[in-house]
Design a binder for this molecule. Structure first.
Ligand code: NDP
Ligand code: 2IT
Length: 444
């Protein structure tokens, strides 16, 4: 049995109850076969794949807080520090009822390769809780965040582990968590990213994941002799990534005709009104029915359905496993040229294969959504030098990083005779740097 197959078998046996983690490991290890096979003896002796698929450490803890009725509530908090061979652990905090060990492990595992691809010195980690901020008052969210940080603060630090936002964690939650960290530790340090602009946050971090997604998509199109101008784009999600992806796509001259949330989706043939979407989602924290009620051209549909809309480019920006095989078939049948992932692992493995086999240019999340964490690393740099850069400075660095990522993953795929397989290119380019650092640092 090959080394990859041996490790895959062992990982499946050990983590049988964590399907999302197994999916992420399978996708990565499968595509690393050419690299591993070429250096099998070294990687096997060093147990590189076993070490990569076993987190450095994982914390799971009780988060008690009091709701507005005086009732004590209990959630489960997580932080998984996966790999710090190229820098301090770095990755977001997800607050969503679906959060469990397997979800955080899959996200932390992906983060290792994504962070490596940015070219910046950051390792992989992820955390969160099964808390649902939806429908909670600001006071309840603050109570939860303070209790969560009371425990989390023992494990993180500006040079140790630097959490940030993800689903359900935005500027409000990061603010409350930062305040509590500072209160307990009596130290003012860049321990979180995505902070408010008046207390150490970076300009362009809010926009970075969505903007970065469009910068890499634009480079992909350019390298295939196409542009974004006049293209029809279908986007899922209506949160941080989806909103700023929509905004940047429009600035590039494309028309974005959909968005979605967990209850339904919007088809707006005249193009999504980003200011209205921001008002509904960022200010009112309301459902998309409010968008439809305020906009004549918009149709609201219950359930899921954005991938059935005819488009040139599809950008999944909501959550994992939201683009399935049948959706991939619909996209291909409708002539979609490119799919780039704003979310983490939104496309299932069979859907990804179908898209690739049918000539759709496909860039996975590790490369396509790396602009968020890259800009977080730029926030860490600014915090360290106690300076803040202008929006234009950060944005131009972000553009350069995304263009570099495109060419790195394209080159890596070509090196192994797999031109156009950007999934393989991303996994290989991300892996090589981490594996080299692990070997250089010995058995730790
Ligand atoms: P937000 O919480 O801001 O928005 C998430 C959006 O996705 C909401 O519209 C939400 O709808 C929808 N959604 C979430 N869960 C589900 C679900 N189970 N089914 C259907 N829709 C769902 O999160 P972000 O925009 O920050 O994150 C979106 C994706 O991008 C995630 O995969 C995240 O890991 C990834 N990502 C985020 C980065 C960042 O910087 N924020 C960086 C890189 C990747 P509803 O409001 O109804 O729940
Ligand atoms: O998935 C991700 O890359 C993020 N949620 C952003 C992580 C970060 O540290 O900015």
């Amino acid at each position: 049995m090959s080394y990859v197959d041996e490790v895959l078998k062992r990982v499946k046996e050990k983590n049988a109850s964590e399907p999302e983690f197994l999916q992420a490991v399978e996708e990565v290890l499968d595509s690393l076969r050419p690299v591993i096979d070429a250096n099998e003896e070294t990687y096997r002796r060093e147990a590189i794949l076993e070490r990569l698929t076993e987190p450095d450490r994982q914390f799971k803890f009780r988060v008690p807080w009091v709701d507005d009725k005086g009732q004590v509530q209990v959630n489960t908090g997580y932080r998984i520090q996966f790999n710090n061979s190229i820098g301090p652990y770095k990755g977001g905090l997800r607050l969503h009822p679906s959060v469990n060990t397997g979800i955080i492990k899959f996200l932390g595992f992906e983060q290792i390769f994504k962070n490596s691809l940015t070219g910046l010195p950051i390792g992989g980690g992820k955390g969160g809780a099964d808390f649902d901020p939806k429908g909670k008052s600001d006071r309840e969210v603050m109570a939860f965040c303070q209790s969560f940080m009371t425990e989390l603060c023992k494990y993180i630090g500006a040079d140790v582990d630097v959490p940030a936002g993800d689903i359900g964690t935005g500027a409000r939650e990061i603010g409350y968590m930062f305040g509590q960290y500072k209160k307990i530790k009596s130290t003012y340090e860049g321990v979180l990213t995505g902070k408010g602009l008046t207390y150490g946050g970076s300009l362009a971090r809010t926009e970075a994941t969505g903007y970065g997604l469009l910068y890499i998509t634009q480079e992909l199109m350019k390298c295939h002799g196409e542009s974004m101008e006049g293209k029809t784009v279908v986007i899922s999600g209506a949160g941080n990534v989806a909103i700023y992806a929509t905004q940047k796509a429009q600035q590039m001259g494309a028309k974005v005709v959909t968005c979605s949330d967990s209850t339904g989706w919007i088809y707006d043939p005249e193009g999504i009104d980003v200011e209205l979407l921001k008002e509904v989602k960022e200010v009112k924290r309301a459902r998309l029915t409010e968008y439809a009620a305020a906009r004549k051209s918009a149709e609201y549909h219950e359930g899921r359905g954005v991938w059935s809309v005819k488009c040139d480019i599809a950008l999944p920006c909501a959550t994992q496993n939201e683009l399935l095989l049948d959706d991939a078939k619909a996209l291909v049948a409708n002539g979609c040229k490119a799919v780039c992932e704003g979310a983490n692992m939104p496309t299932t493995i069979d859907a990804t294969k179908y898209l690739q086999e049918n000539g759709v240019w496909f860039i996975g999340g590790k490369a396509a959504n790396a602009g968020g964490v890259a800009t977080s690393a730029l926030e860490m740099t600014q915090n360290s030098e106690r300076l803040s850069w202008t929006f234009e400075e950060v944005d131009s660095k972000l553009q350069q990083i995304m263009v570099n990522i495109y060419h790195n993953i394209d080159d890596a795929a070509k090196r192994y005779g797999q031109e156009g397989n950007y999934v393989m290119g991303a996994n290989i380019a991300g892996f090589e740097k981490v594996a080299n650092a692990m070997i250089a640092q010995g058995v730790v």
